[in-house]
Ligand binder design. Structure first.
Ligand SMILES: [Zn+2]
Length: 62
């Protein structure tokens, strides 16, 4: 991936859990698309969901 290219992903607000289409930049910045000022709940912290970021899952043995 060329430097400066953003990756389209989906991010979740850490404040209220709302999911947004977002851009992930090479430096790790996550910017929701269309919500330049952050979430509607005024949180500006997001995490990528459903992407390549490792997610801790509870393993259940069935
Ligand atoms: Zn929120």
């Amino acid at each position: 991936m060329p430097d400066g290219e953003s990756e389209r992903t989906v991010a979740e607000c850490l404040g209220c859990g709302s999911a947004y289409a977002a851009q992930k930049w090479p430096d790790g910045t996550i910017q929701p698309i269309g919500t330049r000022n952050g979430c509607q709940c005024e949180s500006t912290e997001f995490r990528v969901i459903g992407g390549s970021t490792p997610v801790h899952r509870e393993e259940k043995s069935t």
